[in-house]
Design a protein. Structure first.
Length: 228
């Protein structure tokens, strides 16, 4: 990662700040049942997590006779129902508070449409932490860098002073298009594609994120209060 001061961090939403993967998987299984399709392969679903829903729908309906757009519409309905209890990762709010306290601005660039993501962001109580939130329904989805460009322009921040934090190739590629550094989060095992992105990308588990920001000089460690 480059040794450049970071003034703003752009976060992905799904799989980065909220643990949406279980709900996404449930929604795909319910969609398959709705159309009478064969059950989805679990490992295949996991490799598709974080990709735009139109692309995932095309992949999952290939050679099934099910229309991809119909599948996508049904999936969104099932996801909306499954996601009523979706929650933040435990680290999310504490980390956002520390970043804001150290004058590092935060934004969101999500490939979800506003109709879905905005409700989640409001319900989980994190709206106040972000100077800007970009939705794919109102911009080109990542890996197109349009959302990052809009955030940089509106906040008067240079690309080299921004950091992208996400969990998929879309997040890395959007950052690379602007020569922006990135951190990719994963749960237990490194993603199969990580070797292609090691030059400008740091990989870390969700629980390692804060220490990763500290070790790269982006976040200053909070000193424990001195006992009196």
């Amino acid at each position: 990662m480059s040794n450049r001061p970071v003034e703003m961090i752009v976060f992905d939403w799904d799989g980065t700040l909220i643990d949406s993967s279980p709900c996404v998987v449930i929604a795909h299984h319910r969609t398959a049942e709705t159309f009478g399709m064969a059950p989805h392969d679990q490992s295949k679903l996991e490799t598709l997590l974080g990709q735009p829903s139109d692309i995932v729908s095309k992949v999952l309906t290939e050679d099934t006779g099910v229309n991809a757009k119909d599948y996508q519409t049904c999936f969104r309905d099932h996801y909306t129902q499954a996601a009523t209890n979706i929650d933040l990762f435990p680290f999310t709010k504490p980390l956002l508070k520390k970043l804001i306290a150290q004058n590092i601005r935060c934004a969101i660039a999500t490939n979800k449409p506003r109709a879905i993501a905005e409700k989640e962001i409001i319900r989980t109580g994190v709206t106040e932490f972000f100077t800007q939130i970009e939705y794919a329904s109102e911009s080109s989805a990542k890996p197109d860098p349009e959302m990052l460009i809009r955030i940089a322009t509106n906040n008067h921040v240079k690309y080299e002073n921004m950091l992208m934090i996400g969990d998929q190739t879309n997040d890395v590629d959007a950052a690379i298009n602007l020569n922006m550094d990135s951190i990719i989060l994963y749960d237990q095992n490194l993603p199969l594609w990580y070797a292609r992105y090691t030059e400008k990308t740091v990989f870390a588990t969700h629980t390692e994120l804060e220490n990763t920001l500290i070790s790269n000089g982006i976040l200053e460690p909070v000193q424990p209060a001195t006992a009196r």
